[in-house]
Write a protein that binds this ligand. Structure first.
Ligand code: ATP
Length: 335
């Protein structure tokens, strides 16, 4: 949860000017020594803070990329997403943490962030690899009041939001591999997992968590484990630029808030379909549908208003593929 350091950093960043020690003491009800200690900690973290007698403190420069509660909250410009933040340097899985917080009654919009996940989860029991100091791993806890059969669309809403946010912070075109992988130049930079818990009566959603893992600042492909090296990449590898993960998180949550509002109006993707489809990879191309009930190939025709992928089989049959248990691949590669 929030620390003095986080609060002080937020105030300095948002003020953009000198803030006196006395103002900080009054605002947060702490002593001068506590302020001084917090400033020293921030300097140790790499922030350049100027202190001028009779004027106070001013944030001059921030580290290029640092993930901490202070960095995240001080960059947050959202209305509700992430206002309650739970940060871990190391955790097993942010989705599991968010589900625990869901059980404990934490509100809609709570966000769990971790620098390192030791047991990150993908779909169908698969793993998600997180490399320390480079990845953005977070989970958003939602308490929607719409019917459970609408929930699978949210994973597409989050995929669209992540793609839009990546484009904003790094000015590259992000592709979406249905339903929710973000792909740059044919390689995956982001995976997502949505999990839902029903009320004990099983008639309503109690809470829902959407987790995302992004490869942000990995410097070279060799940093990924061998088994994913041919299909994983990072924003830094593709753009050559170091990205501030807290700023990226803020953009993703901001885009999600916006898209979620649009989704709530119709409870389908009709108003978001165009934006999603514009980024959807492989439309018009041959795909392999890895359905647990049986694999088949066909032509991808894009998504419908429910977020299902329409695939035209070779025998002329048109299939609507539900996200959830199914993966889709290009005929000759990952995309
Ligand atoms: P896919 O089509 O990639 O299998 P999926 O949606 O079924 O997509 P996810 O649940 O998003 O899979 O992610 C799990 C898979 O992603 C793993 O099986 C692994 O192949 C791959 N993976 C794991 N960690 C990373 C990573 N850091 N970057 C890119 N890919 C990863």
């Amino acid at each position: 949860m929030k620390t003095d350091r986080a609060d002080i950093l937020s105030l300095l960043r948002n003020s953009g000017d000198y803030v006196s020690g006395q103002q900080l003491c009054d605002r947060f009800g702490v002593t001068r020594t506590a302020v001084w200690k917090a400033m020293n900690q921030l300097k140790e973290d790499g922030y350049l803070i100027e202190s001028v007698p009779h004027k106070g403190y001013r944030l001059v420069e921030s580290p290029e990329d640092i993930l901490s509660p202070g960095e995240i909250t001080s960059r947050l410009t959202t209305e509700w997403a992430g206002k309650k933040l739970c940060y871990y340097d190391v955790t097993g899985s942010t989705n599991n943490d968010a589900k625990r917080l869901g059980e404990e009654g934490m509100p809609h919009g709570t966000v769990v962030v971790a620098d390192i996940q030791t047991a990150g989860k993908g779909r169908r029991g698969r793993g998600w690899q997180t490399l320390p100091g480079t990845a953005l791993s977070f989970t958003l806890l939602l308490r929607p009041s719409f019917p459970a059969d609408k929930a699978s669309m949210l994973t597409l809403v989050m995929a669209l939001s992540a793609a839009q946010a990546i484009e904003r912070v790094s000015a590259v075109a992000a592709g979406i591999k249905w339903p929710n992988d973000i792909v740059l130049n044919g390689k995956k930079i982001c995976g997502m997992l949505t999990e839902m818990t029903m009320t004990p009566e099983m008639d309503e959603i109690q809470y829902l968590v959407i987790g995302a893992g992004l490869n942000v600042n990995n410097a070279s492909p060799e940093e990924f484990a061998e088994d994913i090296r041919d299909k994983a990449t990072s924003l830094k590898i593709e753009t050559g630029r170091q990205i501030n993960r807290a700023a990226l998180l803020n953009e993703i949550l901001g885009c999600f808030e916006h898209n979620y509002d649009i989704f709530l109006k119709t409870l389908d993707l009709s108003a978001l379909q165009g934006e999603y489809q514009r980024r959807l990879l492989g439309v018009g191309g041959q795909v392999r549908v890895l359905d647990p009930a049986g694999e088949y190939t066909g032509t991808s025709e894009g998504i419908d208003e429910q977020g299902r992928l329409t695939v035209l089989k070779e025998n002329g049959e048109q299939v609507q593929v539900y996200a959830g248990e199914v993966s889709v691949r290009g005929l000759y590669g990952y995309v």
